[in-house]
Write a protein that binds this ligand. Structure first.
Ligand code: GLN
Length: 192
């Protein structure tokens, strides 16, 4: 399986290592030609305004949109913001997923937190019944989702932090920063 990681900014190496460990052939995407022959793409966490600006500078916006129309794309944290149609403010977005996000919804860097969550969709890829350890770093919240979007995970108070719309996946936390590979396996299942 050939998967790309958008490698303009952010923690793409962590995603790459995990998916390579799961047997995927992973390559870094910086140019439109890097998308050729990939079956899926991960947009990492980092800073969504920077990712958006660099996407414009590298002439990647349209090629990425075209790729996303036909392939699986997963955005984590800043990547989920970039994948969304609405970030509640003006900034360059891929604008694919019908979700509205609120950036930095939990406050500043010092307000980052970790929490164990029960995420039912992960049972598709694993018999493990343990909760998923979710790491939030200046994370966005998925404020609302469109009618074709499935909510995959919420915080105990009901606020949405993971969603899927067809072949697009958004998580506002960082599965690439834990040793738990279930979310990456879930995305690889989506590709297949
Ligand atoms: N706060 C960042 C943003 O709004 C996202 C942080 C992250 O990806 N960990 O783009």
């Amino acid at each position: 399986m050939k998967i790309g990681v958008l490698a303009l900014q952010g923690d793409f190496i962590e995603h790459q290592k995990i998916m390579e460990g799961l047997g995927a052939q992973v390559s870094q995407v910086r140019l439109p030609s890097d998308l050729k022959s990939l079956q899926g793409l991960v947009i990492p966490g980092g800073e969504s305004t920077t990712i958006g600006k660099l996407t414009m500078d590298f002439n990647l916006m349209e090629p990425l949109r075209q790729f996303a129309r036909e392939h699986a794309v997963w955005g984590t944290c800043a990547g989920s913001i970039f994948l969304s149609k609405d970030a509640s403010r003006q900034q360059p977005l891929l604008g694919m997923m019908d979700i509205k996000v609120e950036r930095n919804a939990f406050g500043r860097q010092v307000d980052s937190f970790e929490i164990d969550l029960d995420i039912p969709c992960l049972k598709k890829v694993s018999d493990e019944d343990t909760p998923f350890h979710a790491i939030f770093i200046r994370a966005p919240l998925i404020e609302s989702v469109g009618k074709d979007v499935e909510v995959l995970a919420s915080l105990p108070d009901g606020r949405i932090i993971a969603a899927q719309e067809g072949h697009w996946l958004a998580t506002s936390f960082h599965p690439e920063l834990t040793g738990d590979t279930r979310f990456h396996r879930y995305f690889m299942e989506m590709i297949q």
